[in-house]
Design a protein around this ligand. Sequence first.
Ligand SMILES: Nc1nc2c(c(=O)[nH]1)N[C@H]1C(S)=C(S)[C@@H](COP(=O)(O)OP(=O)(O)OC[C@H]3O[C@@H](n4cnc5c(=O)[nH]c(N)nc54)[C@H](O)[C@@H]3O)O[C@H]1N2
Ligand SMILES: Nc1nc2c(c(=O)[nH]1)N[C@H]1C(S)=C(S)[C@@H](COP(=O)(O)OP(=O)(O)OC[C@H]3O[C@@H](n4cnc5c(=O)[nH]c(N)nc54)[C@H](O)[C@@H]3O)O[C@H]1N2
Ligand SMILES: [Mo]
Length: 684
Amino acid sequence: MQMYTTACPRNCYSTCSLKVYVEDNRIRRIEANPDNKAAPKGPCLRGLSYVERTHSKDRILYPMMRKKDSLEFERISWDRALDMIEEKLRYFKERFGPRCVLFYSGSGTKGLLNEVGSNFWRLYGGYTATYGDLCWPAGLEATRLTLGENKHNAPWDIENARTIILWGKNPAETNVQQMRSIDRAVEKGAKLLVIDPRRTLSADRAELLIQPRPGADGALALGIGHFLVKHNQTDNEFIEKYVLGFPEYKRLVLDFDPGKAAEISDVPVPYIQRLADEIANGKPVCLCPGFGMQRYTNSGQAMRAMLALMVITGNIGISGGGWWYANLQSSIFSKVGDPIDFYPPEKPDGVARISISVALLGQDMLNQKDPPLKMIWVERGNPVTQNPDTNTVLKAFRSLDFRVVVEQFFTDTAREADIVLPAKSMFEQSDVIGAYWHPYIQLKQKVIEPPGEVKPESEIYRLLALRLGFPGEAMAEKLPGPSDREIDAFLEKKLEPFPGLSLQRLREGPILAPGMEEIAFSNFIFRTPSGKIELFSEEARERWGLDPLPVYTEPVESVRGASPEAKKYPLYFMTPNTKNRTHSQFNNLKLIRQFSPKPFVVMNPEDAIQRGIVNNDRVRIFNDRGQLEVEAQIDFSMKKGCVCVTNGWWITDGGTVNFLSLGRETDMGHGSAFHETLVELIKL
Ligand SMILES: Nc1nc2c(c(=O)[nH]1)N[C@H]1C(S)=C(S)[C@@H](COP(=O)(O)OP(=O)(O)OC[C@H]3O[C@@H](n4cnc5c(=O)[nH]c(N)nc54)[C@H](O)[C@@H]3O)O[C@H]1N2
Ligand SMILES: Nc1nc2c(c(=O)[nH]1)N[C@H]1C(S)=C(S)[C@@H](COP(=O)(O)OP(=O)(O)OC[C@H]3O[C@@H](n4cnc5c(=O)[nH]c(N)nc54)[C@H](O)[C@@H]3O)O[C@H]1N2
Ligand SMILES: [Mo]
């Protein structure tokens, strides 16, 4: 057996390094690669399941075409598939202009070669593109406005913390590698505090679990700020030197009565006081906010209010402390991950019309005029289950003339296609990847030849470009040729500006990103307009029309809010990520099915009794947008008034959670406010 080092390119904090063993063009075994100091014990069950996933009999290995007026697909040749796509592309461009084509890509795999997609569509003469993101932009923007950049200390530095706060983050499921270093910190005496409406697996070793009402973290943070300021538990020397807007912030929190904070957040005053004391007396404090909690219409401001707590106590730029949101120190190749990428184009770039918000995908697709959309090309994404408001997304898909989906499996999105093209797996083309938690650059190596007639996207685009007669010169630069040598040359060119990086070196294992800071902001340089940490941000007003201070506003869809849903639907519908899937991926595998065979809803006993529901009853969860029917699991871990189905179930498993969510943008960054979803639940 031959052993190779490679790395997992899924959208996941841990981005593990792997050793894979290959024999007869098959993945035989997968092991951890301890050279990655952040993830030395990887991989998780998902990583181990690649042995099955890569060679699964359910993988799509050939181009497939939907049979006329049928839900079934038949195998066709590459020539036939490309002929049909070429014909449509020529016709649509001539008849309606190139912008009637929407290019949609999700977060299925990381890598520098992903740019080939938009390169192709630019050379096509234009296209319609999306802006915003499903995942994390409100938090990225909140951090950028305050600190100037998105970075944090190296993952292993958490062991130096005295206090660790997991605020709406559940690393025991979504960042298992971090849980190991948190465990070590706890063994050394650090306190672990968790703030989450659910008692998650991450709360197992916590000293304190606070269960706020969803969407109310901003009020909780202002309440904590109130006590810190009132009791003079702030680091005044740090504030003097590095902070802009403290006097204004001080007025804001002193006016924010803790009783009001308690009433809004549903966290009693003594606990708010306790959190303030833990922060004041537990320095260095490491605050890890998750991505889940910033998917509300008020959460950019909530994140700013939370980050302010680390700022006023001088927990920035020190070992064992800080604001650990996203560590983009490995984003060295382009501005990928820079929040600027998420802005919509008041300034269109001339080629792409960037007019479709990812959060509003269905609505915006249906509303586009001049030209209306005729075609969609989807790759690396599963928008039918993963974007908000599935019913509208389905309607938008079905209103198009032609749909191409590049996929490994027959997902709910692939089922909507006219042509499905088979997608590569991570082992079938080399690429260079970064991460958003640890600061390593890694090579995801090609270790087997693609099975069946699978072709990587870069090769598919190249074949189409040749048919469409794109200019040779532009192609040479933008669309690499199909051979391994040409792919390597494309990647080497990207590595050129960095003397320490080469494919040769990366083949041996992960490399720390050039210039990476083990302790972020330890030079106290902040790339904000004022050069200081901005608690008062003019940019927040200018760019997003928000208050320059992190004020609290009630989310639009909330039981305390004014929206019509508030009256009809009393339960918060929570849809967090879960350990054995990456969103909608992996759950179709036998290995994973053993652990999670079917969707279920977790609810608090009081909510269950009120509705006459007992364990394992089948229930319907519904609102005006859609419904789901699943089994109930009754459990005190869930805050009263909240029910939870994990994200990522397929429609073919019984239904995606996004039947119930609405397309709505977050207050900043053009994120998706999925979690602002109210429902009712009845026994069937
Ligand atoms: N195994 C696994 N790992 C993953 C992923 C995966 O799908 N599976 N996905 C990756 C990706 S793309 C992402 S974005 C991350 C997400 O991982 P996390 O950052 O951990 O985010 P979520 O799982 O969405 O939510 C985390 C917690 O926030 C809580 N929460 C929800 N609303 C609120 C609120 O209003 N206030 C508070 N305080 N808490 C709230 C939820 O109950 C949940 O436990 O994980 C990455 N890692
Ligand atoms: N209600 C609710 N909705 C959510 C979330 C939530 O917490 N709650 N989480 C949100 C978050 S954090 C995120 S990041 C998004 C994720 O949204 P997506 O990125 O759309 O979700 P995935 O399920 O990961 O789908 C990726 C698809 O890419 C395919 N794929 C993998 N590798 C390749 C490849 O090399 N080429 C091609 N062509 N395809 C490939 C996989 O088979 C998979 O079907 O979902 C969001 N949706
Ligand atoms: Mo995400």
